[in-house]
Design a protein around this ligand. Structure first.
Ligand code: FEO
Length: 388
């Protein structure tokens, strides 16, 4: 696939992966992107995951048309991009590997080899002339590992963005939901904790004239890039992307679920622009995390369990807290048959999150909804979405 006259796509699609990075369901598969820059000197940008090395080398060989690569640029050492380094360096013994100092340390740790006599160590603003194209390297620490560099090609105005602007989904299947949905789930799942570092990278990117973004996952981005840059700016600054309420619940016998559904109906009846209801034990947890960051209001509804909260609720809140969840409105529904304490526990789990506003009242259910808890639900719906 030709991206520009000199740049080719040589990535692969993975439809065998059960869980990406060991935890993310990827019903549309996954793409491991790699690119080839053909100039006086030839550079390959990143490799692909284990199991796809052979297919990748074959694609590379065809795209090279009999030439030999001079450089392998490794922007990120996570094995979905680095696992084929050894095969590449063996296949092309004349090639030099170009990466950050931290990446070479990781290379040795992962693969037992750091190519001490075949490497160029690069850092912030270092350049690699290829001929017409000159690559400029930009440090992008913690987007999303510390060794990451991204690369700008001034000739074609391309940013090779490593995992930045990545997305779940293989490239040989159309994503019916478009770019943002699986890009958002990817972002908050994988990079979400590092908003400050993404903001720093966006500031550096703003100084560059970028026409094309080539990430290591998901489609090559062209056209009006402000759409993608704007979403990344909102996500990495923990801004509210859309007005709406997420109701995340756990339920053992259905009573907490009934309360969650009743609140959802009340909010919808009041004209709340979006209500997203999720069963944390059954629905996709990364999607619930994504939604919590997407919308401005979150209702947590849990039964009390072992003087705690139901385990999927604890996991969910921990996912939010470790990703820097902040600047949102949060409300609680707790259930307990003899000593309800879920609300206190949930609030405690959010203790380190900044800028949260806790909506009142907390709904307290004693086993099943009754007139009193129904009235609390009504009051909470009024608080979250006042009647117009
Ligand atoms: Fe796609 Fe962080 O590896």
């Amino acid at each position: 696939m030709e991206i520009t006259k000199d740049i080719r796509y040589i990535g692969v699609n993975d439809h065998q992966v059960d869980l990406f990075e060991g935890q993310y369901a990827v019903p549309l598969g996954m793409a491991y992107n790699s690119y080839l820059i053909l100039d006086d000197k030839i550079a390959v940008m990143d490799t692909v995951a284990e199991g796809f090395t052979h297919a990748w080398i074959e694609k590379l060989t065809v795209a090279l048309g009999g030439r030999k690569p001079d450089y392998l640029v490794i922007q990120h050492m996570e094995p979905d991009h680095s696992a084929s380094i050894g095969c590449f360096m063996h296949t092309y013994p004349q090639a030099t590997i170009v990466s950050s100092a931290k990446a070479f340390t990781m290379m040795k740790n992962f693969y037992g080899e750091d190519y001490a006599d075949r490497r160029i160590v690069v850092g912030e603003k270092d350049t690699l002339p290829l001929g017409k194209h000159t690559l400029t390297f930009v440090a992008a620490p913690m987007v999303h590992w510390p060794e990451v560099i991204v690369t700008y090609d001034d000739a074609d105005k391309v940013l090779f963005s490593a995992d930045g602007f990545g997305k779940f989904g293989a490239l040989d299947r159309e994503d019916p939901e478009g770019w943002a949905c699986e890009a958002r789930r990817y972002y908050f799942g994988i990079v979400g904790k590092y908003g400050a570092q993404v903001q720093a990278l966006l500031k550096k990117a703003a100084a560059l004239d970028i026409q094309i973004i080539c990430p290591t996952h998901g489609p090559v981005l062209t056209g009006d890039l402000s759409y993608y840059l704007n979403l990344y700016n909102i996500w990495s600054s923990y801004g509210v992307e859309s007005e709406g309420v997420v109701i995340a619940y756990t339920s053992v016998y259905g009573h907490t679920k009934a309360a969650a559904e009743e609140l959802a109906a009340k909010l919808e009846a009041r004209g709340c622009p979006k209500v997203s209801l999720t069963d944390l034990a059954r629905d996709d947890m990364p999607e619930a995390v994504e939604d919590a960051f997407r919308y401005g209001t979150l209702v947590l509804a849990s039964t009390t369990y072992n003087a705690e909260v139901f385990p999927p609720m604890r996991t969910f809140i921990e996912h939010l807290a470790e990703r820097g969840y902040k600047n949102r409105t949060v409300a609680f529904i707790e259930n307990g048959s003899w000593a309800p304490m879920a609300a206190k526990v949930m609030k405690g789990l959010l203790e380190g999150c900044k800028g949260l506003t806790f909506a009142e009242p907390t709904v307290r259910i004693l086993s099943a909804l009754n007139a009193e808890s129904e009235a609390q639900l009504e009051a909470l719906a009024d608080a979250l979405c006042p009647r117009g």
